[in-house]
Design a protein around this ligand. Structure first.
Ligand code: FAD
Ligand code: NAD
Length: 480
């Protein structure tokens, strides 16, 4: 409320300062709209920490730990082949965590700087959407709630981990992603419920540092959303690294006793018990809408608890938009950010759209897994005629020279037009290699287009070139 009792007015209020919300706020401000962004996350220093799940307890800290643990693992297992030997390699977990925290605070501070530079008003506290595009803002500082209003409101409240029945988080022994990013010592045995993206990434971190990691996965198929050629190859490589991935394994309950977590599980052999020093629960995430919407806000949720939006990200309330993890679509930072930009542009009266078909997926294991577009199993289900080309990194000079040549590239193209329908990679730098494929698909490029483009030698990208040639069975460095 302002001094004269009126609600403070903005062109745009964003609730949520993650990669969806903060990007939407910056773009709205760039377009000349007066913008406020409300976010309630507090960092380890007790101050506001913009960037949401992604910067604070998601993408960035997990990648920092993946990099640290990869250096340690390579030092122990891979550098000897290069003639490098180091006696008594050791890992100081406190230093690793401090480096990770430092990366996080640089980035969260960077977003605050960007807000200042773009004149986005940063409000640290909770936002609640009321009727008629009004927002109640409750500051963290303990002051009274303020009433704000805007012509347009963007909800970007993100997501939180799902809990499963009979497995209660205690944040010490039974932990979620935030807990697994802050373990102060390497657990001797780490159990992970869910062999999905978080389970594989954070399981890899602690396995590389010396934990015996067991992933308990309910489904009978490993990574069913990925192309099955890729997930089978990845599964074999992860097993060789020591990750114990148990498919078709349903966790019935977990309890903590004598500093151990006892898990009761059911698999094809029947019911059994297994103990761990720590248990990470990573069974998916759900939209976070607690306290976000007043009863008369006019915003409806769908049957999955997501904020209901149309293809333009408009909710059921006029002038209220929603983006990112709290709406339909993949729960990915880059998807949230692109939706944020699109909505800010729509609010400013511009044309904007997102191609959900070309949102890339990346899993930052070693080897990395990345894909865009349709999998072979999806094309079969949909009755689409396609041709397939593939190429192993083991046949690339660069992969062999690096000593990192596991995996392959697989390209799927329409039989009639040769348009690329999907690209699937498991291998070194897959996260970077996929970008070329996303661009080609955005331009409706054909396998022939990729095959005609000059790729530098020796690079890993030659595997993409050769896979594209292989679609037409004319690869040079493999049998066709
Ligand atoms: P969020 O990032 O969740 O941000 C929402 C923000 O809104 C939070 O700060 C929250 O506190 C705040 N908020 C919610 N309600 C209110 C309210 N009422 N008032 C004020 N503030 C509110 N994605 C990738 O693309 N790549 C990765 O490598 C990757 N790695 C991940 C690793 C882990 C361990 C996890 C957990 C996730 C990872 N993700 C990754 C997913 C990614 O973090 C999310 O898709 C992304 O953060 C979603 O962005 P968002 O803006 O929708 O929501
Ligand atoms: P996920 O959906 O990737 O994996 C969850 C897994 O848990 C699934 O395989 C599911 O079958 C399994 N599962 C569910 N219930 C179970 C049960 N009761 N017992 C055993 N297994 C069970 O979810 P996540 O790993 O928690 O990650 C959440 C989301 O965060 C991801 O879907 C992704 O959108 C995002 N994320 C992205 C990245 C990235 O882009 N690199 C990294 C981490 C997280």
């Amino acid at each position: 409320m302002t001094d004269n009792g009126m609600a403070e007015k903005f062109d745009v209020i964003v609730i949520g300062g993650g990669p969806g919300g903060y990007v939407a706020a910056i773009r709205a401000a760039q377009l000349g709209l007066s913008t406020a962004c409300i976010d309630m996350t507090t960092g380890k220093d007790g101050k506001a920490a913009l960037g949401g799940t992604c910067l604070n307890v998601g993408c960035i800290p997990s990648k920092a730990l993946l990099d640290s643990s990869k250096h340690y693992y390579q030092l122990q297992h891979e550098y000897a082949a290069h003639g490098i030997s180091v006696a008594d390699a050791s890992m100081d977990i406190a230093t690793m965590l401090a480096r990770k925290d430092n990366v996080v605070s640089k980035l969260t501070g960077g977003v605050a700087q960007l807000f200042k530079a773009n004149k986005v008003k940063q409000l640290h506290g909770r936002g609640r959407l009321l009727a008629d595009r009004r927002v109640a803002f409750t500051p963290h500082a303990g002051e009274d709630s303020l009433l704000l209003e805007a012509d347009n409101i963007i909800l970007a409240a993100g997501s939180v981990p799902i809990a499963i029945a009979n497995v209660e988080y205690d944040d010490e022994y039974i932990i979620d992603n935030a807990g697994a990013l802050d373990l102060t010592e390497v657990p001797r045995r780490l159990g992970v419920i869910g062999a999905g993206v978080i389970g594989l990434e954070l399981g890899s971190v602690w396995q590389r540092l010396g934990s015996e990691v067991t992933l308990l996965e309910a489904l009978p198929t490993f990574l069913p959303a990925a192309d099955q050629d890729i997930s089978k190859q990845a599964g074999r490589l992860f097993k060789r690294q020591g990750l114990d991935i148990r498919l078709g394994t349903l966790v019935k309950s977990a309890s903590v006793a004598d500093a151990e977590v006892r898990v009761t599980l059911q698999d094809k052999e029947g019911e059994s018990e297994i103990s761990f020093n720590r248990l990470l629960v990573a069974v998916g995430r759900k939209p976070y809408t607690e306290g976000l919407l007043a009863e008369d806000s006019g915003v409806a949720l769908n049957e999955r608890g997501q904020i209901d939006v149309n293809e333009k990200s408009q909710t059921t309330a006029t002038g209220v938009w929603a983006i990112g993890d709290c709406v339909r679509g993949p729960m990915l930072a880059h998807k949230a950010s692109e939706e944020g930009i699109a909505v800010a542009e729509l609010v400013a009266g511009k044309a904007a759209h997102i191609h959900f078909d070309t949102v890339p997926w990346v899993i930052y294991t070693d080897p990395e897994i990345a894909w865009v577009g349709k999998t072979e199993q999806q094309l079969k289900e949909q009755g689409v005629d396609y041709r397939s080309g593939s190429f192993p990194f083991a046949a690339t000079g660069r992969g062999l020279a690096m000593g990192n040549a596991a995996g392959l590239v697989k390209i799927l193209a329409a039989t009639d037009t040769d348009e690329i329908l999907g690209v699937h990679i498991v291998g070194p730098a897959a996260s970077e290699l996929i970008a070329e494929c996303v661009v080609t698909m955005e331009f409706h490029g054909a396998a022939e287009d990729l095959a005609r483009i000059v790729h530098a030698h020796p690079t890993l990208s030659e595997a993409i070139h050769e896979a594209a040639l292989h679609v037409d069975k004319r690869a040079i460095h493999r049998g066709n």
